[in-house]
Design a protein. Structure first.
Length: 170
């Protein structure tokens, strides 16, 4: 299978699985464990490293590696969008109500007034829909993929061939 497609599928499926782990354990309702969701970032970076090692072996230079990583992130992002929609509409339809209650608890623990809490929750309302959440997942995956690929490609890319003149200079 094409390394770009296989890495994108791997990243998307693993991030989707992690989202469902968060759901089935109820961690998304826990103000402390809620942050465990961000494990998707190292999952994506690990998948990019794996995929970019495979594409470097095909002779891709720095610029081509960034493009390969971006394409991996796009494939992963589409899977993550679908997974997110499945998660928030069918498997956990009360997700946004649960998340709002968790957010309310966090703000109360921070000592915010009821007016401040209500204002903060209303400010989040626009992004508290299944499609908005799915699009945010895609955008986050894409941006992380581009930035991480630019860094990873510094270290993981095809090395230019050594020319005869360069060998003599040694």
């Amino acid at each position: 299978m094409n390394p770009i497609l296989s890495a994108g599928l791997l990243i998307g499926v693993l991030c989707g699985i992690w989202t469902f782990v968060m759901g089935f354990t109820g961690w998304y309702k826990d103000p402390v464990m809620l942050n465990a969701f961000f494990l998707v970032i190292p999952i994506e970076i690990g998948g990019l490293i794996w995929g970019l090692r495979k594409t470097a072996a095909l002779g891709r230079n720095y610029r081509a590696q960034i493009l390969a990583g971006t394409m991996m992130a796009i494939v992963a992002g589409v899977i993550i969008m679908c997974s997110s929609l499945l998660f928030t509409t069918l498997v956990f339809p009360a997700y946004f109500a649960d998340l709002e209650q968790t957010y309310r608890t966090i703000l109360q623990q921070q000592g915010k007034s009821e007016a401040d809490i209500t204002a903060a929750i209303q400010a989040n309302a626009a992004s508290s829909t299944p499609m908005a959440q799915a699009i945010n997942g895609f955008i986050g995956t894409l941006v992380t993929g581009i930035v991480a690929s630019a860094v990873i490609a510094v270290f993981v890319r095809a090395k230019p061939p050594v020319t005869a003149g360069a060998q003599q200079a040694r």
